[in-house]
Design a protein around this ligand. Sequence first.
Ligand code: SAH
Ligand code: SF4
Ligand code: F3S
Length: 481
Amino acid sequence: MRSVPPLTAPFGGCEIDSVASKRFAIRTYGCQMNVHDSEKVATLLEDSGLSAADGEGDADVLVINTCSIRDKAEHQLYSDLGKLRAWKAEKPGRVVGVGGCVAQQVGDKLLGRFDHLDFVYGTHNLRKVPAMLEQADRGQRAAWVDEEASQDRFDLPMRRPDAPVGRRHKAFVTVMEGCDMFCSFCIVPSTRGREISRVAVEIEAEVAALAEQGIREVTLLGQTVNAYGRHDVRRGKAATVGTMPFAELLARLDAIPGIERIRYTSPHPLFYDDALIRAHGELAHLCPHVHLPVQSGSNRILEAMRRRYTRERYFEIVDALRAARPDIAITSDLIVGFPGESEADFEDTLGLVERAGLVDSFSFKYSPRPGTTAADMAGEVPAEIAQDRLERLQSQQKAQTLAYHETRVGQTSLVFVDGESRKGQGQLSGRDPHHRVVNVDVAPEAPVGPGDALVVDLVAATPHSLLGRPVDPALQPVPRD
Ligand code: SAH
Ligand code: SF4
Ligand code: F3S
């Protein structure tokens, strides 16, 4: 990995004396990219001498990492900030910061609206957080939401090189950020800026360093992850120096010793080529699961959404992935109630979910976002119709998910344990290679826990998970490759 850059003042990773004894907590909303950004902010704060609090009650500094994908997500911030007035007043010297996609969108106006808010940082300005905290300690409030278009964007200490990964087996790795697609409903291009890819040697070095620390599974992140390295080509320029086609990047990561599972999210259907499809049949560690957002099954709506593919093309990709990797599980994101969506359009979506054999999906009611082209479109779908469609879609999906899970019963699978299941009582929960949740009953004193791998027989199915019985009654975890 590129060594941790010498972050120079005023945005330094150097110890900040005045705040060094403070404890921080981070509240995170939104997608995996936001979760990973919070990990990066935590690292920056630890590098500045702060330590993680046991909880928010115990913290001196609270950072809210926000999401604005739907109206509800944005309003969550305003509700949280309202409540934090009391939290801040409880203990002198407490600091509140806001980052992420709402911060990028609203910027310093947030400071005007909430006088107990100390700092605001945008999605390209994570490295400014320690300095803003120091300023806050001196009573200065600030907002940084500038766009950063160079590789410095990625040049953050991902994790403390000396920090043990603990009982953890998986990690996120950013490969690209931003989105140039401008789907008509989506706020992300304005909250994450233009696409930029990280150079491949740095990605490889980070993955190799993670493998050395004991990480067995990596999830490559990017808003349009399989557009990796192509942005400049699409802009009519030469490819970004140091990048390569996504399938080639996957092949390089596949060869890193110790990495047993590779996932990537979220790909866009437009950027599937033969090489990426072949990779699913050829690369030993590429998982048999793709989360491939489709949004709608109606060509008319797909066009209005500016998705740049048809349902037929989506089927072509799904069929090709299945030909390359017959056991592949395909999941997706869907929107109902997009402006102008008729009952027939919606039925096309139901039809697509069935024809594509979606193993699972996240489905949402369309939420108009400020500044997007769909926000001005006519044909608003009444709320109760959108709600009814969402329920019909989810009930069809639930039946399909259960049917898929039932096909898995009787098979043997490898589960990477994440932690206790929702049920608790000694039941562990993890993911199989297909990204399905598998719960495993073990005795409380069993020698397995988070970060371990277990071979299980899949013995029962529900719409939400599979139940696994350990093949080895002694419950010895499966060692690394
Ligand atoms: N880059 C990914 C999507 C990231 S956003 C892609 O291209 O598919 C995650 C999901 O949120 C989207 O797939 C979409 O289903 C949903 N979403 C985005 N904007 C939305 C909106 N305005 N209303 C409802 N759902 C939305
Ligand atoms: Fe949003 Fe479309 Fe970009 Fe996905 S590809 S982040 S849905 S604009
Ligand atoms: Fe939300 Fe921003 Fe992710 S809007 S979904 S946190 S990119």
